[in-house]
Design a binder for this molecule. Structure first.
Ligand code: HEC
Ligand code: HEC
Length: 306
């Protein structure tokens, strides 16, 4: 009867989690060894803000991925716990569950669990600086009744639930719940709410997807980042241009400064960058009028989910 027990156990685990996704959004792919559960997500949410994971006792994930800025940091380049400046701008975590690859320039990092080794353990440069302090930090968590209880609830089959792998699994499960899809654009497309977009945003949408501008060729799909990874979709590949991954554009009005190095302070500066020729080599100037620039900006602003 072992098969029956296993079947019931996996059914119980699956029953513990129901995605609540915006209209039009597919179910994210979840690794087989890290199924979703409410207790795991709750633990991950808490660990996401846990400053004691960092060498300075403060630099939690949330310090660089701030919810009010759509999980970005608001600075061009963040500093790690040892004071080193990181080489990249902190990207949004909204809809990370759907990305086929993580990081601005890391095509081989394809799961959130693998990605997390960089902020936690990376030494070139140091981000949170957990490397070498793992057993000390795990002992600290184990000694706290609240954490001991929450890890045991999230990983009920483990003899030693407070482990680095489980800490990573819990935060990854939490990250997968950061789905954002109720912008004015979504209400226009998925709710057929025709007044959700202003006339300027509608003109901007036309420009965005036009052959002349070609924005939609790279910023394609549900996340404006190219193909998404989701249940029932074909195996998606991330799109890279000159070594840089095409970033998504959801909530982009909240995620300044822009580009991999945070070098452009405003959306208007990004539009001017494309107007001058963008990433294309040879440069491909667009010769946008002042009104076209304003329309494009209105469209980009319509992608924010309140
Ligand atoms: C010191 C600031 C900082 C901290 C702390 C930090 N991150 Fe990040 N995060 C970044 C930067 C910078 C990048 C871009 C790295 C790259 O492109 O290689 C990034 C990238 C990511 C990505 C990839 C997103 C994408 O669109 O590709 C995820 C996921 C992520 N971080 C999650 C986390 C988690 C989880 C934690 C805590 C365990 C964390 N980060 C802590 C700065 C930070
Ligand atoms: C050839 C592919 C391609 C095309 C076409 C393209 N983009 Fe991009 N876009 C990218 C890449 C790659 C980046 C990241 C570049 C960097 O970090 O230096 C980017 C970055 C951006 C950003 C900044 C996002 C952020 O979070 O920093 C915005 C906004 C943007 N693009 C809007 C547009 C608009 C509007 C158009 C049309 C005028 C457009 N893109 C056309 C590939 C493209």
């Amino acid at each position: 009867m072992l098969w029956l027990a296993l079947l019931l156990a996996s059914a119980a685990q699956a029953a513990d989690w129901a995605w609540s996704l915006p209209p039009g959004f597919p179910v994210p792919v979840v690794p087989a060894d890290n199924p979703m559960s409410a207790s795991k997500v709750a633990l991950g949410r808490r660990l996401f803000s846990e400053g004691r994971l960092a060498a300075d006792g403060q630099l939690a994930c949330v310090a660089c991925h701030r919810p009010e800025l759509a999980y970005t940091q608001g600075q061009p380049l963040p500093q790690g716990a040892a004071g080193q400046t990181l080489p990249f701008n902190a990207p949004t975590l909204a809809n990370v569950a759907y990305l086929p690859a993580y990081g601005w320039a890391s095509p081989t990092v394809t799961t959130l669990e693998a990605q997390m080794r960089t902020p936690l353990l990376g030494e070139h440069p140091v981000e949170m600086g957990l490397a070498g302090r793992e057993s000390q930090v795990l002992a600290l968590l184990r000694a706290e009744a609240g954490y001991a209880r929450d890890f045991a609830a999230a990983f009920p089959d483990d003899a030693q639930p407070v482990s680095l792998d489980n800490l990573i699994r819990a935060i990854a499960a939490y990250e997968r719940t950061l789905v954002s899809g109720r912008s004015a654009f979504d209400r226009y497309v998925f709710d057929a709410e025709l007044k959700a977009l202003t006339p300027a945003a509608k003109r901007g949408m036309g420009l965005f997807y036009s052959e002349r501008l070609g924005c939609g060729e790279c910023h394609a799909g549900l996340n404006f980042s190219g193909p998404v990874r989701a249940v029932g979709h074909e195996l998606a590949q991330a799109v890279f241009v000159r070594g840089l991954r095409v970033p998504g554009l959801r909530n982009v009005a909240l995620t300044a400064p822009y580009l991999h190095d945070g070098s452009l302070p405003t959306l208007r500066a990004v539009i001017d960058f494309y107007d001058r020729g963008g990433h294309q080599r040879p440069l491909r100037p667009l010769r946008l009028s002042a009104r076209e620039k304003a329309d494009l900006q209105a469209f980009l602003a319509s992608l924010s989910d309140p």
